[in-house]
Design a protein around this ligand. Structure first.
Ligand SMILES: NC(=O)c1ccc[n+]([C@@H]2O[C@H](COP(=O)([O-])OP(=O)(O)OC[C@H]3O[C@@H](n4cnc5c(N)ncnc54)[C@H](O)[C@@H]3O)[C@@H](O)[C@H]2O)c1
Length: 282
């Protein structure tokens, strides 16, 4: 199935980025928010991001204007009524995601594919909230969406090959490198990255090394662009804890058990960059 028009539910960090890259690649995009204030904030974020692109010479002013023209903001789910693909990027909460999928199932055309940008939740559970589980798939983008090249396509146990082929084509058309992964907790990349970050936190907790020592070591010794503790601060320590709990609950493997220091920092409100303090001060 050829995808022409794309819907995005939620215009936060990820939804805004997904709407932007799809529109930049020439797709007509409808992006929704829960109220007008959040919608205007999300759209302003996309505009600012594109304006930075013009300033830095990465895109032209015409490019920016044409991209913005292709994005329509809405607070009405009915506006997804002519989309071929709708990607949800609401907060990481299964009850909310199931409700979003059930609502989308009612308004989206019968042929439309419904996708989730979830970081770690079960795609089959969302799929079963619809009457078209074979047309439900995970599309796990990475932050920041316009910069990060990878797209994990998560095939739930019922996803059809046609659905996978269609979203794979779409992912490549918007400039991503696609890997198709199974519907396991946190999929492939975060299932691998999370215990690495947890181990770094445990090393800080046990006084083995400081955050600076670990991050410098990983950047210069392993050639990662960013150390695991700086990355944890960027992603949000609450998100790291949420993913660790989801992995541990499902897989019962101690390597996913969140260290005490992480739980205490989150309880204290030290969430990383977004709160001004995490392993570093911002
Ligand atoms: N932030 C990351 O680094 C990252 C990376 C990969 C995947 N994800 C996943 O992407 C999803 C979104 O994360 P985010 O960081 O963009 O969150 P965010 O809080 O920045 O954005 C979520 C937005 O969804 C909106 N929303 C909530 N319910 C809605 C509804 N019913 N209809 C329309 N909009 C609604 C909220 O108002 C909010 O603006 C989550 O599932 C998260 O796990 C996040």
């Amino acid at each position: 199935m050829e995808i022409k028009k794309v819907g995005v539910v939620g215009c936060g960090i990820m939804g805004g980025g997904i709407a932007q890259v799809a529109a930049q690649a020439g797709y007509d995009v409808v992006v929704s928010e829960i109220n007008d204030q959040l919608l205007q904030k999300g759209l302003a974020g996309i505009t600012a991001q594109l304006a930075r692109g013009v300033e830095k010479g990465r895109i032209t002013q015409e490019n920016k204007d044409a991209t913005l023209k292709r994005i329509k903001g809405t607070t009405n789910t009915k506006d997804f009524g002519d989309c071929d693909l709708v990607i949800e990027a609401v907060i990481e909460n299964m009850d909310l995601k199931k409700k979003v999928f059930a609502d989308l199932d009612k308004v989206a055309p019968a042929h439309a594919i419904l996708a989730s940008n979830s970081s770690c939740l079960s795609i089959i559970d969302m799929a079963k909230a619809t009457k078209r589980p074979e047309q439900v798939v995970g599309m796990h983008f990475f932050n920041p969406v316009p910069v990060m090249k990878l797209l994990e396509i998560v095939k739930n146990i019922l996803t059809s090959e046609d659905t996978v082929a269609s979203v794979k084509n779409f992912g490549e058309a918007i400039g991503k490198t696609v890997i198709v992964v199974p519907d396991v907790p946190a999929f492939v990349v975060d299932q691998l990255a999370n215990p690495f970050i947890l181990h770094a936190i445990t090393m800080v907790q046990n006084g083995v090394a400081t955050a600076e020592q670990i991050d410098t070591g990983v950047r210069l010794g392993l050639n990662h662009p960013m150390g695991p503790l700086a990355l944890a601060d960027l992603v949000g320590l609450d998100t790291i804890l949420f993913i660790a709990n989801a992995l541990y609950d499902d897989l019962k493997d101690p390597k996913f058990a969140p260290p005490t220091l992480l739980k205490k920092m989150v309880a204290a409100g030290w969430l990383g960059r977004k709160s001004g303090k995490g392993f570093y001060q911002y």
